[in-house]
Design a protein around this ligand. Structure first.
Ligand SMILES: NC(=O)c1ccc[n+]([C@@H]2O[C@H](COP(=O)([O-])OP(=O)(O)OC[C@H]3O[C@@H](n4cnc5c(N)ncnc54)[C@H](O)[C@@H]3O)[C@@H](O)[C@H]2O)c1
Length: 239
């Protein structure tokens, strides 16, 4: 049987989180090979053998990831999935909160895209998928997170334009409220449950809902699509 991602090597960040684990399942189910990255302490706790422990915000982290990918013979896809939330009113957001969120959610995807572009260009039908959020529309109580995801969405468009001529596509997925450990940040789970009751599809998303959409964007079934944002949110945002 042939899969949508047969023989494709895909780097996935945040690979041991709720959505990351589903990405591994979905990609492998379609014949792809995953190179996973997550924080060293998370890998030590519950790492699979294909997940490497790297704090992506540490100095030299992207060089380490580059060397890792080169040693494995290259990559054909990059999924910037690692991310952190911070729930607090605007007046309670410290400079450190802002910098910490930006470092993981925006700086890391920028550096990985820049530093892995040559490897991706040498790969086959190379694709970048950035995991943004419905937060790009703006929510109360998470100004740093919202701004980081808005920046990531715009970064995606810029990457599509600049890397398209080199054969690399770049798209964003904007998940709605997905049932993962991230919903345990602050008051998020209560908010998510309330919003889900009013959605056209009347439920929270599952990590596999995101995995299926990412597989499609990584595959050549979406080969003429670049610079786009796909909202996987039960019908919350209708673009
Ligand atoms: N769950 C949701 O409702 C939801 C909604 C919209 C967008 N998202 C986005 O989806 C992505 C995945 O979220 P999730 O719900 O699976 O969250 P999660 O908290 O379950 O997983 C995030 C993973 O990223 C890893 N990570 C964080 N900082 C890292 C670092 N410095 N280096 C390496 N790895 C790091 C964490 O260890 C964790 O395994 C995030 O970008 C998030 O913003 C989630």
């Amino acid at each position: 049987m042939t899969g949508l991602l047969d023989g494709r090597r895909i780097l996935v960040t945040g690979a041991l989180g709720g959505i990351g684990a589903a990405l591994i399942r979905s990609i492998e189910a379609e014949g792809g090979e995953v190179v996973g990255i997550d924080r060293p302490e998370v890998v030590a706790r519950d790492g699979a053998h294909t997940v490497h422990g790297v704090d992506l915000t540490a100095e030299g982290a992207t060089t380490r990831v580059h060397d890792l990918c080169r040693a494995l013979g290259g990559i054909d896809g990059l999924v910037n999935n690692a991310g952190i939330e911070h729930r607090a009113a605007l007046s309670e957001h410290t400079d450190d909160d802002w910098s910490r969120v930006m470092a993981v959610n925006l700086d890391v995807p920028f550096r990985l895209s820049r530093d892995l572009a040559d490897l991706l260009a040498a790969g086959s039908d190379a694709t970048i998928v950035n995991i943004c959020s419905i937060a790009v529309t703006g929510f109360a109580g998470q100004v740093a997170y919202d701004a980081s995801k808005g920046g990531l969405q715009t970064l995606t468009r810029s990457l599509a334009v600049e890397l398209g001529p080199r054969g690399i596509r770049a798209n964003a997925i904007c998940p709605g409220f997905i049932d993962t450990p991230m919903l345990d940040t602050g008051d998020l789970r209560g908010l998510a449950a309330k919003v889900a009751r009013g959605l056209p599809l009347r439920r929270l998303g599952t990590p596999d809902d995101i995995g299926h959409a990412v597989v499609w964007l990584l595959s050549d079934r979406s080969r003429y699509i670049t610079g786009q944002s796909l909202y996987v949110d039960g019908g919350m945002i209708r673009s």
